[in-house]
Design a protein around this ligand. Structure first.
Ligand SMILES: N[C@@H](CCC(=O)N[C@@H](CS)C(=O)NCC(=O)O)C(=O)O
Length: 324
């Protein structure tokens, strides 16, 4: 991570844990906002929505980054917000730009070799982990926001002028349900799998494992009445948040993170639900099985040999990885 603007220690997945060995995720620190007219939101600085001005730095392995890519695709903002995709394997200096198939090569914004340089370019004395996704302003060459929960809201609501669809992933009438489900999803599923995978005690692992499967069972039950999406017939932000974990589950979390009670393919309703979202326009482009495998299985603390499993069989996903 960065300490006072300097890269400090070799990258390690677990840099914070509590006294019972539970994995603790860092909170994000760039929280500025973009609004249609730069009017104030709930943050100190607001940038104006403009086509071509903003850029997303992502890793295709990363569920948090992927949810921003999904919202960009669903809102049809591919020509409005440009992207860089880093290499999937995290290095001793964190995320790196490069030529792994499906990555976008060298950084054209500031000529960075590593993502941490974007952080120090934005704040010379930055202390913290250099995470993706990053929403970047090309005009001032600075990070606007590095919290995916904020970025998906910004993409959903602030660029409608440039979007060719009227899809709203956070309709007012569903907001209370969306936000309560999102909280549960984050704790028990999205971050729950990480809490299982990066637990450093049996107790912390079992606690997280139990929550993960309780949540998957609950979601499967919620879909059992034949509804299309978790909150009914309309796709919402909660579906996006769920999808990014489901799509990684059988490939990475079942094995590497020891979430091995059931696979998603074993769930009657969750599996078709996941495929339904995968089949939406341009969503397949946000999913790279190659990056997910190469990235997760390169975490040496969990997989010292670096061997990448051959399975699972995902032929029914009909993904062509060259698109990624
Ligand atoms: N709260 C952040 C979390 C992002 C995050 O943890 N990203 C991971 C990749 S999945 C990362 O970049 N990790 C690098 C590190 O921790 O050094 C968000 O949702 O945007």
């Amino acid at each position: 991570m960065l300490v006072n603007g300097k890269w400090d220690a070799d990258w390690h997945p677990i840099q914070k844990k509590d006294t019972a060995g539970r994995f603790v995720r860092q909170t994000s620190s760039f929280r500025d906002w973009i609004t249609p007219d730069a009017s104030e939101n709930n943050s100190e600085v607001s940038y104006p929505a403009e086509a071509g001005r903003y850029h997303l730095f992502v890793a295709l392995i990363c569920p948090w980054a992927s949810r921003t890519l999904l919202v960009r695709a669903i809102k049809g903002l591919e020509d409005v917000i440009s992207i860089s995709i880093v290499e999937p394997q995290i290095t001793k200096q964190g995320w790196k730009f490069g030529n792994f198939a499906g990555a976008t090569g060298h950084d054209k914004q500031i000529g960075a070799e590593y993502v941490h340089q974007l952080y120090t370019h934005s704040e010379a004395h930055y202390t913290g982990r250099a995470t993706v996704p990053i929403l970047w302003d090309k005009k001032t060459k600075t990070i606007v926001n590095n919290e995916s929960a904020d970025i998906i809201q910004i993409l959903n609501s602030s660029f409608n002028e440039f979007s060719n669809t009227n899809i709203d992933l956070r309709p007012n009438e569903l907001l209370p349900q969306i936000s309560s489900l999102n909280n549960e999803l984050y704790e028990q599923l999205n971050n729950g799998v990480y809490k299982a995978g990066f637990a450093s005690s049996q107790l912390a692992y079992e606690e997280a494992f139990e929550q993960v499967f309780r949540m998957l069972d609950k979601l499967d039950g919620q879909l059992a009445d034949g509804r299309k999406y978790l909150l009914g017939e309309q796709l919402t932000e909660s579906d996006i948040r769920t999808f990014v974990t489901l799509i990684r589950f059988d490939i990475a979390y079942f094995g590497l993170f020891k979430c091995n009670l059931k696979r998603i393919v074993d769930y009657k309703y969750l599996q078709p639900y996941m495929l339904r979202i995968l089949a939406l326009p341009n969503i397949k482009n946000t999913v790279s099985v190659e990056h997910i495998k190469a990235g997760y299985y390169s975490v040496k603390a969990l997989n010292p040999s670096g061997i990448i499993p051959v399975g699972p069989d995902i032929s029914q996903w009909r993904i062509n990885d060259e698109n990624a």
